[in-house]
Every structure is written in C-alpha cells, then in structure tokens.
Design a protein around this ligand. Sequence first.
Ligand code: KIV
Length: 285
Amino acid sequence: MSTFQIDTATSRANPTPAPMKRLTVPAIRNAKGKDPIVVLTAYTIRMAQILDPHCDMLLVGDSLGQVLYGLPSSVPVSLDMMIAHGAAVVRGSYHSLVVIDMPFGSYEESPQQAFRSAARIMKETGAAAVKLEGGEAMAETVAFLAARGIPVVGHVGLTPQAVNALGGYGARGRSQEEYAKLIGDAKAIAGAGAFALVVEGVIEPLAIEMTRAIDIPTIGIGGSKECDGQVLVIDDMLGMFDRVPRFVKKYAELAEQIDSAVGQYAADVRSRAFPTIEQTYQPKG
Ligand code: KIV
C-alpha cells in the first residue's frame, strides 16, 4: 500500500461531475463528411476540464514543448513529458476522445519502436489514441500500430517535428511537386489504417483535395473550413501569446487579463489593501 495519499476531497481540481460517455475512435472515424469535429490541444487537468464539454477530441500536442516549457521547437520533447501531461488530460476529461502526440525520436526508427512507445503512452495515461507525424514513409508504422490495437491519428503537411529538415514553418504544397507528394502522403496514411488525419499549414486547395481524396476525417489547422474538423493550440486561441501563426483566430485576450489582474494584486499587496478581514482567520468567539 502506498504511504502517500492525496486527499482529493480538498483538491481544487477534484472533478465530481456525472461522468459522460466518452467518444470512441469509431465515432470519430464515422464523422467523416458530417458535422465538423471540434478539437483543441490540452496539456493540464484544469484546462481539460474546461474544454472537455465543448470538444470531440482533446489533443495533448507536443506543442507543449514551446507553449509550456519555452523550448525552441517540439524536437526536444520527451515521451515522459507527453505521458505526464497526457495522464492529467485524461483525468480531467469524461467526454472527449484523448489523443496524445508521439514525440520526435519515439517512433521513427521502426514500427516496433513505435509500438513500444505507443503502448507506454496508452498504458500509462489511459488515452485511446496516439498521433504521429509523417507521410508515406510512416505508412508501414501506422499499419503496424493499427493492426495491433493502437488507434492512430496521422499528421501531414507542415509537420513541426521536421522543422529542421523543412527549414521553417511556412505553408506547404506551393509547388506542383510538393502538392502531389502531400496528396500521396494523405492517401498513404489513410490507406494504412489511421482513423483521422491532421492537415497542417497547407495551401487551401490542397486541404480541400485531401479531404475529398481520403475516407477518414481530416482535421485542419491552417487547412480549410472544408476539412472534416478543426484544431487549434489552446493558448494561441485564448490570446496567451502576442505572435501567433496566420491560421489562428484569437477568441480571447487572456494574457492581457492576467497582466491586469496580477498588476492589481501587486498594487494591493504593496498598499496593504490585501488581505482584508475577509481573507484572514480571526479568533473564534
Ligand atoms: O502539437 C500540436 O499541438 C499539434 C497540433 C497543432 C495539430 O500537433
């Protein structure tokens, strides 16, 4: 028995909602061509709790490297980081299908390496699926995982883990050659058994053609409204950063709100306006 027990009854983040039925992989797969699939990234329990009722899928993206850890790209993100955040997001959600990114270096070497990493992710987080980046070159790996009970979301177009090879984060598919290659990538990953495909940072006609060419849902980010679903990085759409990619729409300006709240707090502390009698303990009686 563990000697360390957490008193969850007093935890701020303790969720006690009536559990909802979680969406399944076949449900997402069958949403192709129907109502758009709503996806956001989530990295922490409290954010997962807030996003969960609104989303169909929560993606624990390796963008957490830049967003949470200030890393220069997603390349340094480790499997342990993905598992720690993935488990928190699973704990904070009841409705959305949780998908966890396989980080750079955890799957490219061989299908067997990918299986070991994906199995660890699923066992240690409780998530239902993994996502990996790459086109035709990863098709064998996707087929290997899918045949062994690991649901896979593919990711083609602008693949951030390949930033060093691509030379930056520019939109893909501008040349005829690259356009044709990316269509081939989408078909290869869908044909290998992925149940959904993230299409990131491609010219819009390419996102539309990919969506029409494959029989699994496409989830666009810098793609097209004609994709079967959309995903954004949560901190981008909430306005936590000044600089965001062109494809982001900001739905809030949270950084400004936090700045203002913390400025007010600092002023209150310095002027001794906080704490007042309401936030202090007084003797009883
Ligand atoms: O890492 C991530 O957040 C992603 C999405 C942006 C698709 O892969």
